[in-house]
Design a protein around this ligand. Structure first.
Ligand SMILES: *Cc1c(COP(=O)(O)O)cnc(C)c1O
Length: 219
């Protein structure tokens, strides 16, 4: 069940510098259309083919974000229209996105997904490896991606303190990267989901990724 009231409530309390990305994965286009009609224009998905199908079925002024781990061979499915890819989690994927964006003469916005969770999450840069890559010649060759910030997923836990600590870590990484490697275009900290977005905002999030609180639980 979609919850438009909750959507309006969250929107009305949102600070100006925080973007709400409505995560519509597994949900039908009718549900997305309902939020679209309520004014929402930014939606995110975690699978390339599902993202492509929904892009084709829905109004063209939607800004589409990819938030899930991307396989290299799927980048081409979304490279013509995707606005921002939150899951820039490896050298190989950044190079592939760059290559595909170039084909269309586009510049695709990408966030660097950094590992902050305690659990052995599969995806995301270790900060050390990331710094090494950012200093490489290889990275400087990528002209068709624009790195606009960072993304992180907190540990799946009820321990609020732990989550808070991880959000603080991501904010710290962001500050270092902005100062030492990027600059004015580096503005986004994508952190916070349905269960922890208020805390994420307190810790500096500029993009919250909300799924179940808007669209209902996924089956
Ligand atoms: C599913 C998903 C979300 C949304 O999760 P909810 O807890 O339903 O809000 C956010 N980010 C990513 C990367 C996701 O895959």
């Amino acid at each position: 069940m979609i919850n438009l009231e909750k959507y309006e409530e969250i929107k009305s309390q949102l600070l100006e510098n925080v973007t709400l990305v409505a995560i519509s994965k597994t949900k039908p286009v009718e549900d997305i259309k309902a939020f679209y009609d309520a004014g929402q224009r930014i939606f995110g998905e975690n699978r390339a083919l599902e993202l492509k199908d929904k892009y084709e079925a829905l109004p063209s002024d939607i800004e589409w974000h990819m938030v899930g781990h991307l396989q290299r061979n799927k980048v081409k499915e979304i490279s013509i229209f995707v606005d921002t890819i939150h899951s820039g989690d490896s050298k190989r994927i950044l190079k592939e996105i760059d290559k595909e964006a170039k084909k269309f003469g586009r510049i695709i916005k990408v966030l660097l997904q950094i590992k902050i969770a305690k659990e052995d999450s599969k995806y995301g840069w270790s900060f050390d490896k990331l710094l090494e890559f950012l200093s490489s010649n290889e990275f400087s060759m990528l002209k068709n991606i624009m790195i606009t910030g960072v993304m992180g997923m907190a540990t799946f836990t009820d321990d609020r303190k732990q989550i808070k600590k991880e959000f603080k870590t991501l904010k710290k990484y962001f500050d270092v990267l902005k100062k030492d490697h990027f600059g004015d275009n580096f503005t986004e900290i994508s952190m916070g989901m349905s269960g922890d977005f208020n805390m994420a905002i307190d810790e500096g999030s500029t993009m919250i990724r909300l799924g179940s609180v808007l669209f209902g639980e996924r089956g």
